[in-house]
Write a protein that binds this ligand. Structure first.
Ligand code: ZN
Ligand code: ZN
Ligand code: FE
Length: 763
């Protein structure tokens, strides 16, 4: 007796080798039928004896490391009995019908796989030393797809006519390249070339381009290299003069530069790599992993800008692999090629126009990047990965909710580190990192990206969500396109909601936020909050005692402003400290007058500004040249192994718990006066912050009985603080939800906004 089942498989199943996998599985169990991609995922019809079908389903559900395509990620399998087809003899892979409903997942870009690498290094292979070798398990996806279904004609590979050899592999279900859309070879595919700083070709022979590029890098020259999601600026990371030249030419760039190496072994020479970090470095996503630097390494000092961490990634394209195989290419600075805070450059002409003054030469190619995607950044928190910037390799993989939303939703995100988010059915589709919207080019990129994604995923939003802040550009954009009311969500509730979305958690939690700034529902600028929150509602249980902050936007750059605000509540004389930070007494008096007269001054509970002020007090600088530079210095200065902490105390009265910073600051000032080293003070301050979070949680647990804590906010990108807070919370018996797959900083806010709206329109 034969039976026939229809199986719908959802998840990351298109363009990852799912259909050939099903084909092989069907032959293994002697089953007939068919498989095709549709708008929702992969559809299988399978026919045979019942026992075999059961075995087939079991293997499909449980998977097996040996058999499963590495990039496949199944989120659901639904199987129903259907009518048998008489006299069926084969199992076939059918062409995709044109998708009417484009909800299927578009896959992220992936680092070159080991099989492709060995072919690339095999002189007998017809893709020997080919810089664009790829297969179903690796290569470009999201960066080259224009629309779905994900077929070659809908990608930037459309213009390359496959040669016979490539076509044969592409059409063979038993081949690793079956339906690998970017498949190509030296005869039929894209090629690299080297151009001078004016964009004029210097070299077009592939091998000579590589060796020429290597020679220039060895020589301390700056190269613009076109990668997977955009251009990088590359320079020898051990050549201080070269790195400094790059900084000078790349005006106003003070951020630490990312590094690229070819192996974990190589990275280990310069940074501490534990097992988790090693796995992340070698993962198909191939992100930049933030690692503790080994102080004695010969990486040029201006790479890390005095911070203790180094950001390393491994070669993730064949072109990188070829370059790093050249003599003397060991570690390169590989920083995103953009000017100051503008969007990443991915177009050849734009690169020549804008980077001509920075790069000594270009390594370009003719495979167009349809959308720019930055390198992702990740750090290791409590034995697992936690993303800081979610882009290449991760985007556009959606976060899946158990319950679908009845309406399609657009969430505008926040203005800093912007991402935006769509809700379609049970998917929360978070965009890749867009940037800071105050730069007009980034804002234009934001608007264009929203339109592109809307058409890529075929979304017509009916519900619009934004931050509470009326002057956020993202809020105004949502208002301008909504045509109706916009749901405005308080910033820190959105931060906590993003954790709940990540874990698909629907009960109330104690939400602990350590953040820079966000507009609060009382008009103050919030930042260190203890919320009792779910996706449906929130209340403010506690916060850092307010301090006055003078000077609007410049307050987040100049540490003097929060410092003077904080010290206005301190009795001890602090003139010495103020003097060393700002010798210009007139400026100090001006800000102090602003504060005392309440002119252009807001009340804030910002944890980020408190970190700025403490860093300044310890002499670590007075200005954030890039976001969170001072807090990063404060963390870098921290002496490990110090268990002492400043006293955590709360204000005596009030309906809302207020964490008082005054006793902490008094103790800190005393330590400073008596010559306690900055590293110890920094540790005691960090320990205070972690301890305060736990105190908040305990008080909230006492009041509500809730035992689950969600942590979020940009200050939790501080590795020490995140680890310590989680450890202390676990010790106190809390169940901790920490941001892992979506950033804790404002890059996660859109996800939280979207999840809150989705909850409201739950099917
Ligand atoms: Zn491959
Ligand atoms: Zn070919
Ligand atoms: Fe925030």
């Amino acid at each position: 007796m034969k039976i026939r089942n229809k199986i719908v498989i959802q998840g990351q199943v298109q363009g990852v080798g799912c259909r050939p996998f099903i084909y092989r599985l069907a032959s293994q169990f002697d089953l007939t039928g068919l498989v095709f991609n549709d708008s929702k995922g992969v559809v299988v019809e399978i026919q045979g004896v019942e026992a075999s079908i059961k075995e087939f389903l079991k293997t499909l559900e449980q998977g097996s490391d040996r058999q499963w395509p590495p990039l496949m990620n199944i989120t659901s399998i639904r199987s129903t009995l259907i009518t048998e087809v008489p006299a069926e003899r084969t199992f076939e892979i059918r062409k995709s019908p044109t998708a009417a409903d484009k909800a299927a997942h578009v896959t992220a870009d992936t680092a070159t796989c080991s099989e492709c690498l060995s072919e690339m290094n095999d002189p007998g292979d017809f893709r020997y030393r080919y810089p664009f070798i790829n297969c179903t398990n690796c290569g470009p996806r999201y960066t080259i797809v224009k629309t779905i279904p994900y077929d070659r004609c809908n990608t930037t590979m459309a213009g390359f006519q496959m040669c016979d050899k490539c076509a044969e592999q592409y059409n063979d279900p038993n081949d690793r390249r079956f339906h690998a859309q970017p498949v190509a070879c030296p005869e039929c595919g894209p090629v690299i070339r080297q151009a001078d700083s004016n964009g004029k070709d210097i070299e077009t022979d592939s091998d000579k381009v590589i060796s020429g590029a290597a020679a220039m890098l060895r020589d301390g020259k700056i190269l613009a290299i076109k990668g997977l999601g955009g251009f990088h600026l590359a320079v020898d990371a051990k050549n201080e003069t070269a790195v400094q030249t790059l900084r000078q030419r790349k005006l106003r760039d003070h951020k630490p530069f990312a590094l690229m190496a070819s192996s974990v072994g190589s990275v280990s020479q310069y940074a501490e790599v534990d097992d988790v970090a090693a796995r992340l470095l070698q993962s198909p996503q191939s992100p930049i992993v933030l690692l503790p630097g080994k102080g004695n390494s010969d990486i040029a000092p201006s790479v890390g800008q005095g911070l203790g961490t180094l950001g390393f990634m491994l070669c993730y394209t064949p072109l990188h692999q070829l370059l790093f195989a050249e003599d003397g290419i060991d570690v390169l600075v590989m920083t995103s090629a953009n000017l100051s805070d503008e969007p990443l450059i991915c177009d050849n002409d734009e690169a020549i126009e804008k980077l001509g003054g920075i790069a000594d030469a270009f390594v370009m190619h003719d495979r167009d990047i349809y959308r720019q995607v930055d390198d992702s950044i990740v750090h290791v928190v409590e034995g697992g990965a936690a993303l800081i910037r979610r882009s290449r390799g991760y985007s556009p993989r959606p976060v899946i909710m158990e319950t679908a939303a009845e309406k399609q939703i657009f969430a505008a995100g926040a203005d800093m580190k912007n991402t935006f988010c769509f809700v379609k059915g049970d998917q929360l589709i978070l965009s890749e990192h867009i940037g800071d919207l105050e730069d007009s080019r980034v804002y234009r990129h934001y608007v264009e990206s929203i339109k592109h994604r809307q058409s890529l995923f075929d979304i017509q939003p009916e519900v619009f969500v934004s931050d509470l802040h009326p002057s956020y550009l993202s809020t105004q954009y949502a208002q301008s396109i909504s045509g109706s009311d916009v749901i405005q969500v308080q910033h820190h509730w959105a931060h906590i909601a993003s954790v709940l979305a990540e874990y698909d958690y629907h009960d109330k939690v104690i939400g602990l936020v350590a953040d820079g700034t966000g507009l609060g529902s009382d008009g103050a600028v919030w930042g260190c909050e203890c919320l009792i929150a779910s996706l449906g509602e929130f209340e403010r249980f506690g916060h850092l005692r307010y301090f006055p902050l003078a000077g609007g936007d410049s307050a987040s750059k100049q540490a003097l402003r929060p410092l003077l605000g904080l010290l206005s509540n301190i009795e001890a004389g602090c003139d010495d400290i103020i003097n060393t930070i700002e010798p210009d007494g007139e400026r100090v008096r001006m800000i102090q007058a602003q504060i005392s007269k309440n002119i252009n001054t807001v009340q804030t509970s910002s944890m980020g500004r408190l970190f700025d002020a403490v860093a300044a007090m310890l002499g670590l600088g007075s200005e954030n040249q890039f976001e969170a530079q001072l807090p990063m210095r404060l963390e870098s200065a921290l002496q490990k192994g110090v268990e002492e902490a400043y006293s955590v105390s709360f204000m005596p009265d009030g309906s809302v718990m207020q964490l008082d910073y005054v006793p902490m600051l008094n103790e800190l000032l005393e330590d400073k006066q008596s010559g306690v080293p900055a590293g110890v003070i920094s540790a005691k301050f960090h320990n205070w912050a972690a301890g305060a979070m736990v105190e908040f949680a305990m008080k909230a647990r006492q009041a509500t009985g809730i035992e689950t804590v969600a942590l979020s906010g940009g200050v939790f990108c501080n590795n020490y603080l995140a680890n310590r807070t989680i450890q202390l919370l676990k010790k106190s018996g809390f169940f901790v939800l920490f941001k892992r797959t979506v950033p804790a900083n404002d890059g996660g806010v859109a996800l939280g906004q979207a999840a809150i709206a989705a909850e409201r329109f739950k099917a």
